[in-house]
Design a protein around this ligand. Sequence first.
Ligand SMILES: [Zn+2]
Length: 404
Amino acid sequence: MTQRLPAATPPSVLPTTLPVDATSSTKKVTRELLRTLPKTDLHCHLDGSLRLSTILDLGQRQKVKLPADDEDGLARAIHKGERCEDLVHYLKAFDVTCSVLQTEEALERAAFELAEDAAAENVWHLEVRYAPVLHTRRGLSLARINDAVLSGLRRASRKYDITTGVILCGIRNMDPRDSYRLAELAVVYKGRGVVAFDLAGGERGNPAKDHVKAFELIRQNNMATTVHAGEAYGPASIKQALHDCGAHRIGHGTRLAEDGDLLAYICDHRIPLEVCLLSNVQTGVVADLSRHPLRLYFDLGVRVSVNTDNRLITDTKVTDELWRAHTELAFTLEELKILIVQGFKSAFLPYREKRELLRRVNDTLAELTGSLPRGAVLAREVDIDDELLRDAFTPEIRVDTDRV
Ligand SMILES: [Zn+2]
């Protein structure tokens, strides 16, 4: 499905004055080494990333009928790690996970455990996304749902060395008025744990531009957006995400390689792609990993990060995604380190916080691999002004808070 574009020289990100051995490492890449490195997970769905044992436990406590009563049976029922016919088929697993995520306790626990699992593989920054509208079956308000998720993430951040942010999702195949309500919720929680707004769900036949009002509200309130696009539909969907919705990042972007002009635009404007390798194989977006366009994007200098999408349903971790980039797409340790750094650069974090985090990341990568990531030496030499305009103003929230 991908048109192979001619390989190009990466743009001039390499400083010319590096010490000779500053960007080369002789360390052997192992899964364990990758586990120890600091990482981000910027594209991770709460309802796709529960523990099997937690689903069973919650089902029992809440008297919810599940398709199986043991972990193996449940894994089969949700197609854990299996290739699915298409995205719609894949999304069916979420009916099971969402059936036990209808109480505040369950949502708090799921969010906490997700951050705990991420911290266990040294994810230092996690952005969790979900659609609160899928958790209202037992009468919870959107605000109470979101409070529960934020509370679970805060509990994990107190216990582990991990920062977190929530991305609220509108759903493509739902009424655009629902997306608008979720955008309002995102604005109300701006600066209080919600960092961006997304559009998820079946891409084909459900154009992002139908939800343009929600994105207008988000942008008018100076919030960040990311949109699932170019996963189950072609580059036209990515164009809409960028130009109709104002996306600051693209979820997946797997089919971007079919449009060289758009690819150049994304690269030139440093718009990050949230790549999810194993999820793309599971949903049949790519025939096999060796044909994934991540390698092409990276070689062309596009800002790319690797992410899990759904830790449970896809049966993956960021460590696994990096490992497969190494084994199937021949990413060297130096290249994997750049992928990692690009993840941190792409995070929806305040600039000053991100800069401090990146310093720590560079130092830790150097310590664990024997060399700094490429570009890090130059970045450290740049003297950056510390002032942040944001601190000087109280943001004006333009949303009718009574409706949330
Ligand atoms: Zn996703």
